[in-house]
Design a protein around this ligand. Sequence first.
Ligand code: NDP
Length: 485
Amino acid sequence: MTTNQNNLTTSWGAPVGDNQNSMTAGSRGPTLIQDVHLLEKLAHFNRERVPERVVHAKGAGAHGYFEVTNDVSTYTKANFLSEVGKRTPLFVRFSTVAGENGSADSVRDPRGFAVKFYTEEGNYDLVGNNTPVFFIRDAIKFPDFIHTQKRHPVTHLKNPDAVWDFWSLSPESLHQVTILMSDRGIPATYRHMHGFGSHTFKWVNAEGEGVWIKYHFKTEQGIKNLTEEVGTKIAGENPDYHTQDLFEAIEKGDFPAWKLYVQIMPLEDADTYHFDPFDVTKVWSQKDYPLIEVGRMVLNRNPENYFAEVEQATFSPGTLVPGIEPSPDKMLQGRLFAYADAHRYRVGANHNSLPINRPKAEVHNYQRDGQMRFDNNGGGSVYYEPNSFGGPAESPENKTTAYPVSGAADSSAYDQNDHYTQAGDLYRLLSEEERTRLVSNIVGSMKQVTKDDIKLRQIQHFYQADPEYGKRVAEGLNLSVPQEV
Ligand code: NDP
């Protein structure tokens, strides 16, 4: 007899005779090892989790589309941006950064803003945050930085000493710390925040001419934030507040949308701009490089299965398509390796074959075998290159553009160290009420630091950004106001 639709089966498809009682010797046991259905059920359950992401573990995702609204083909040959009205399907994952998979959504933390465009020329991942800058600008500091955001090795508690010690010793973090501690440090929902590519990328047109660009997704829902008090209350009452909000908004047809803009810098400006435009702790002033509209992203479909889509989605800044290239940004260069490597470890070497990651474009290459290779593995097709059997071959017109470099191979520091002007510009852009909340959020966090020398070192940085900023934090902490430096 064949199994019918309603038959419970094992993973090898055989009907299960009893799913309520394990097989025992006599009604009181012990249990028999020959109950392979029981063994398989317990063993599979033990393996239900893949390692959570070291960062960005807690997230929510949605499907949608991107539609081009402005002709940018003079700047990039990227096919999905080639004409006004062109639509490309996409998948987005929003996330917090430091917390574990079950942690609360409404905490003060940057938010991940990762977009996978399923273009006709392969997938393009834009893996950014809801902030235009980052805490550090060299990937070599990333593991240390993240250790300070995670738990103490003895107490297993978050550790404000480590957080502020690292920031105070890494003043390039000041701009991002100011954004994080400002109202925008706790978005009201994932729908009410902007997204940024953060790094500089290169766009290349059909003539092979390049420009440097930065991406800005502007929320059409408007910016809305939670105060520290409300965020803390919600974290206790509903730790999945943002996850629930996104799912329910889409479920009821209230589809969130973002306008995508780019700032465009001619390649030659990079040598003469008043700071290193590849430094991810800096923004390019919009007065120098105004926003140019590109298109609109709409999220209109919830995942059908959280694990298969949101948890197994693998984004990498190196997942690029012709017309979009990396910049020398040292943080981006590290991420080009680290993201794909994390997915090989977390999901497996064939992660790009999973349904959520599989390109809509056809894949032709010579990768074979590996764990969980579940398609036909290339069948009998030619499995090496070069070959004389008509296997897929490179297309030289799709080479990335040449980029001249010079200088000694060395462990070099950035040659510019103004960590203060832009953090100060942001402080000065805030209203009095926003400044009061910024200082209160900082004081609330720094009050927990046990060493005054850490606090004083950090206050000096705030002071250098803007003397008023430093004085107000010092006063809030009952510490001496710094002298002119
Ligand atoms: P502009 O006045 O041209 O741009 C100011 C930018 O600041 C706008 O993008 C605005 O975004 C954003 N902004 C406004 N209020 C806040 C806030 N409370 N928290 C965070 N961002 C806010 O000036 P500049 O381009 O010369 O930049 C001045 C400062 O603005 C920078 O030092 C930087 O800290 C901040 N900023 C700059 C961005 C850029 O790409 N140039 C991007 C984001 C921030 P919105 O329209 O959504 O309010």
